[in-house]
Write a protein that binds this ligand. Structure first.
Ligand SMILES: [Zn+2]
Ligand SMILES: [Zn+2]
Length: 119
């Protein structure tokens, strides 16, 4: 079970793995913040399962990753708007990635409290 915070209102969102977490985020953004994806990017995605071989591949460099080799990046979530996948150590990490991504890529500004945490 992964728990992350909504980038906008700090509501905790939970999901058992990448798929349920991404869908929970998408549903929350629509219901609470009226942010609707232009296309349903999540419906066509094959969600990542916990796959030990993939993690071994990432550590050995066989699977591309922008993370340092050997980093523990077991958690992941997809952007509900474009389907980009984010990896993190934990839900808090995922939240920070999404805050930066929403602003940089989608031009969605998040509340000031969170801005201070963006690199
Ligand atoms: Zn929210
Ligand atoms: Zn996106």
């Amino acid at each position: 079970m992964t728990a992350m915070r909504c980038p906008f209102c700090d509501t905790f969102l939970q999901g058992d793995g990448e798929g349920p977490l991404s869908i929970a985020l998408k549903g929350h953004l629509l219901e609470a913040h009226h942010l609707r994806a232009e296309r349903d990017v999540l419906s066509g995605v094959k969600f990542r399962e916990h796959d030990p071989q993939m993690w071994e591949g990432m550590k050995s460099g066989a699977v591309p990753t922008d993370r340092a080799v050997g980093e523990d990046v077991e958690e992941s979530v997809l952007c509900p708007f474009c389907g980009e996948r984010f990896f993190g150590h934990d839900g808090e990490d995922l939240t920070q990635h999404l805050i930066a991504h929403f602003q940089d890529v989608h031009g969605i500004r998040t509340p000031g409290r969170s801005l201070t945490l963006v690199r």
